[in-house]
Design a protein around this ligand. Structure first.
Ligand code: SAH
Length: 345
């Protein structure tokens, strides 16, 4: 099987060109064509026929196919179901904000973390996505916007909060980030990419060393060991205090913060005591808290919190002077909200 062109970062592409004695300018031309212009047809820029033939013969330019598109009637959120070459399916969500979009990318088919509040976890891990399957979600969503909402094809934020544990598939995620960040590629700002993790320490180490400036979100969900063990089973292997002390000693760039995500579940972790303990744990850190009211899914064992409890929870955190955002459940009418992604459906 041919290698995918979209598995190559810029230096990989330069190496291919060098090894095959092609004109060095071809690297910039191809990156520009496929990532800046995001063209789906063969390159027609200033490139020799022999170089074009070489790439046509050696590389695969296909992308994951769009299998289904759900558009939210409430808020312009779009959920894509992509079909991969081996017929596995993954989901990607475009979330609108001020005429721009954030894209929520999947990094694995299914997930090994098995978090008790997450729909994706029920599938178990099927396999890692390749770089081209990650980059492909972005390119296909962009092209969909260009043809269906012309003028709106502005995807300025990338969050790895779709299916999978991105730090569990670090090589492919890292290379996708390199392509997104490349000035010759999509040229996304480093502070506009966020990797979200359940707290997988070996991956955290690689994140801090190999993707400097890329933001981190930690799914925290409870400051109490027993409760966090129930919600996020890998807490037993990589306990929260170890994860936090590892994160604390990572030098952050100017204006860089760590996002701590906290799902609020009715009667489980939404009391003022939970909030106080969370506040005490994070006070003084370069932290943002994202409060995420639990999104139910078919068969889920938890319930969404009452709005009053959500407001009270935030009020306690405000006393600790930690910036806190209550995340609205965008796209919940198409089951595209966090944790509702499960491509079995
Ligand atoms: N494995 C990574 C990324 C995927 S989950 C991680 O754990 O961070 C991305 C975000 O969606 C996490 O904060 C996760 O906890 C949240 N989420 C998952 N299921 C949810 C649900 N049912 N309701 C609300 N948020 C959910």
């Amino acid at each position: 099987m041919k290698q995918s062109f979209y598995d190559l970062n810029y230096s990989d592409l330069e190496a291919v060109i060098n090894q095959n004695n092609l004109n060095p300018s071809v690297a910039a031309i191809l990156f520009n064509w496929h990532y800046k212009k995001k063209e789906s047809i063969q390159c027609r820029d200033n490139i020799s026929k022999s170089s074009l033939d070489f790439f046509e013969h050696q590389f695969d330019f296909s992308l994951p196919e769009i299998d289904l598109v759900h558009e939210s009637s409430k808020d312009r959120t779009v959920k894509f179901l992509f079909k991969l070459k081996d017929n596995h399916k993954v989901e990607t969500v475009l979330i609108p904000f001020n005429n721009k979009y954030s894209i929520c990318l999947s990094s694995q088919v299914g997930c090994a973390m098995n978090c008790s509040f997450c729909f994706t976890g029920e599938q178990g891990l099927k396999r890692n996505l390749t770089t081209s399957e990650i980059v492909g979600q972005f390119l296909q969503a962009w092209r969909w916007l260009a043809s269906n909402r012309p003028g709106e094809e502005r995807i300025l934020n990338i969050v790895f909060m779709g299916q999978g544990e991105p730090l569990h598939n670090f090589d492919a995620v890292k290379k996708a980030c390199e392509i997104f960040l490349s000035q010759r590629g999509t040229s996304i700002g480093v502070q506009k990419i966020t990797i979200s993790t359940a707290g997988y320490i070996p991956g955290l180490k690689r994140w801090s060393q190999e993707t400097p400036g890329v933001n981190l979100a930690l799914s925290l969900h409870s400051p109490f060991t027993e409760k966090r063990n129930e919600l996020i089973p890998i807490n037993k292997k990589y306990p929260l205090d170890e994860v936090l002390s590892y994160i604390d000693q990572i030098p952050l760039q100017k204006k860089q913060f760590i996002t701590y995500e906290y799902i609020l579940i009715k009667g489980f972790n939404d009391s003022p005591d939970d909030a106080k303990k969370l506040g005490a744990l994070l006070a003084g850190k370069r932290a943002y808290i994202n409060l995420i009211p639990f999104n139910p899914f078919p068969g889920s064992r938890y319930e969404s919190p009452d709005l009053d409890e959500v407001e009270n929870f935030k009020a306690v955190l405000d006393e600790f002077r930690i910036p806190t955002l209550i995340r609205g459940a965008k796209g919940d009418d198409v089951l595209a909200a966090c944790g509702q992604l499960n491509s079995k459906n």
